[in-house]
Ligand binder design. Sequence first.
Ligand code: SAH
Length: 358
Amino acid sequence: MDTPLINLSELSPEALAAFVKELGLPAFRGKQIAGWLSQGATFDEMTNLPLETRKLLATKATTGALRIAGKLQSAIDGTIKYLFDLGDGNFIESVLMKYKYGYSVCVSTQAGCRMGCTFCASAKAGFVRNLTGAEILAQLRAICKDQKISISHIVMMGVGEPLDNYENVLDFIRMAHDPNGMNISYRKMSLSTCGVVPGIERLMEENIPLTLSVSLHAPFQEQRAQMMPVARKYKLDKLLEICNTYTVRTGRRITFEYAMIRDVNDSPKHADELIRLLGSMLCHVNLIPVNAVDGTGYHKAERERIDAFRKRLEDGGVAATVRRAMGRDIEAACGQLRRKAMEDRSEGKATDGDLCKE
Ligand code: SAH
């Protein structure tokens, strides 16, 4: 029986050293391999290893490096959406954004999502599996390698619900922070959740100074539950209670994400209720013109309506900004690239290349 290949990127430094020893290789090879893995290299690219060693490794292991299956670049601001092949028939997306302060990557934390938010493309394509910490990290490695850059900020806002994959996401956060690895400060990481209350409680205990974003989208329990099924389980009052505790305990401001949907949640009544709920909390509201996803029936709120909403919040004492849309011309709202790739696969179309518009 064939022994399954070991994914080297899943191994701790100690486990990698043991693996190298078991193969009868000198210890320094382990260090070399670790260096290459951190750059997202394939065995072929590990040019300072003898050819036989590379061949031997390939019979026993994989590097966990992700293959780029598609890439779309915005002509407006250079934002790049990547589609990665996980090698098991699944695809995931990540987005690279360039800001004045550096490069920020939006990673996926699951292949698909089971939260079922009605406005979201990820929900439509369904849930397949959790990503491991190494698979989340591999997205950063692949992008750094492709662009020859280093990344300063991470946002966990791609496909998936990070707090529905808690252990792996925490592994990822620690690995990305590791001074021997990417060395990204916790303060430059944001984790976005749809409101998984026990996950927020747990995260609060970790004492990791990342930025917590909470997807709110509606200030009324009934309406929120219609848009976000998770709200039936974790009700708005409980969610806001834990958010408030989080800000008090950590001293860190929470960002509330609010997708502005025309004639759904963009009225003055909604703004006033937000003021009532959030007025005394250490927080900030990020208004996002909703990305219209096929089949949802939702449309972007009008610009004047969004501006008036923001002003009403500010006048009521709630800090609010309108999110700058990145990559408008490649607008594949959260999960759309992946959805297309999975549909194409099931229709037997090739994925490779047809999303590439470099
Ligand atoms: N599951 C997490 C993180 C992934 S979604 C969460 O819910 O927060 C990242 C953000 O994109 C969330 O705020 C989500 O509500 C928002 N989002 C999803 N679909 C969207 C759409 N069509 N338009 C605008 N924002 C959307």
